[in-house]
Design a protein around this ligand. Structure first.
Ligand SMILES: NC(=O)c1ccc[n+]([C@@H]2O[C@H](COP(=O)([O-])OP(=O)(O)OC[C@H]3O[C@@H](n4cnc5c(N)ncnc54)[C@H](O)[C@@H]3O)[C@@H](O)[C@H]2O)c1
Length: 271
């Protein structure tokens, strides 16, 4: 799908990857609505790109319904829904260390928000003969994220829902892509909102992610991998699951030996 003149909603569009997607899509000629909890930041981005900022908590189905209604009222029928908002809490010593509230929020933001988006947008898209869903998952949804079981588990579930969406509605003209980057220099990893030039190896910019997405959407490809090496890791995992698990345990031991924890903001610099 080409982005020119398309109506797009991006959740989590106020920051990081969502913001870069908004800016890049606008450059391609899309009409972009940014739906985010952080309304002031969303308004700043919207102003810059001639978009629409919508205050939205993606864990509330009514907020997503309203985001679709308001976007369509301003820009016309919705073509692309990007479920991109995400949260990352980490855990201390045990795989179960994160509180139930953090597990629940991870589930609601990474999975139920995608269900609400599909429920709100699918009927209209099907009636018009097609539409597009971009789900920001993560390489953690294909592999795993050391130090964050709630993140890894719910990102796997997010991938499962995206597959179901494609299988069930591909014949209705519905296209689906899952965006699965490894580390990206955004506030989630402790970086500022501006492009960071001093990044550790393997950490790419949100702009580079957005470039991959524009290419992936143009090709209507399900799997978008801004870090191409992830394809190799994915193959290793399916080829020899036991060996892959052993490799991940070894990686975790190495990180703890080096920096004493698996805190995301530190860990991504030594991998
Ligand atoms: N940064 C990375 O290394 C990385 C890697 C892989 C995947 N991801 C995924 O990319 C997506 C974007 O993350 P980012 O790195 O840009 O992080 P970020 O923290 O910069 O942006 C996340 C945005 O989501 C919004 N948000 C969070 N909860 C929300 C809610 N309930 N309702 C509405 N908006 C909400 C935040 O306000 C923020 O604007 C997430 O899904 C994340 O899991 C990030």
């Amino acid at each position: 799908m080409r982005l020119k003149n398309k109506t797009v909603i991006i959740t989590g569009g106020a920051s990081g990857i969502g913001r870069a997607l908004a800016e890049r899509f606008a450059e391609e000629g899309a009409k972009v609505a940014l739906a985010d909890l952080a309304i002031e930041k969303a308004e700043t981005v919207a102003k810059k790109i001639g978009g629409l900022a919508i205050a939205c908590d993606v864990t509330k189905e009514i907020d997503i319904q309203k985001a679709v209604q308001w976007t369509e009222a301003k820009f016309g029928p919705l073509n692309i829904f990007c479920s991109n908002a995400g949260v990352s809490f980490g855990e201390s010593n045990l795989v179960t260390s994160a509180s139930n509230a953090k597990w629940q929020t991870s589930w609601e933001v990474h999975v139920m928000a995608h269900v609400y988006a599909a429920r709100a947008a699918l009927p209209g898209m099907i009636e018009r003969g097609g539409g597009y869903f971009l789900q920001t998952v993560s390489a953690a949804g294909l592999l795993n994220q050391i130090g964050d079981a709630a993140y890894s588990t719910t990102k796997h579930a997010s991938l499962g829902f995206a597959e179901a969406l494609s299988i069930t509605h591909g014949d209705d003209g519905i296209k689906v892509s899952v965006l699965c980057p490894q580390y990206v220099a955004t506030p989630m990893l402790g970086y500022g909102d501006d492009v960071c030039l001093n990044r550790p190896a393997g950490v790419i910019s949100a702009r580079e992610v957005a470039d991959s997405v524009v290419e992936g959407i143009a090709e209507e490809r399900f799997l978008i991998l801004p870090h191409p090496v992830v394809e190799q890791y994915r193959r290793n995992k399916t080829k020899n699951y036991e060996r892959w698990l052993g490799g991940m345990r070894k990686l975790r031991r190495g990180i703890i030996a080096k920096i004493g924890s698996t805190r995301l903001e530190d860990m991504h610099k030594v991998i």
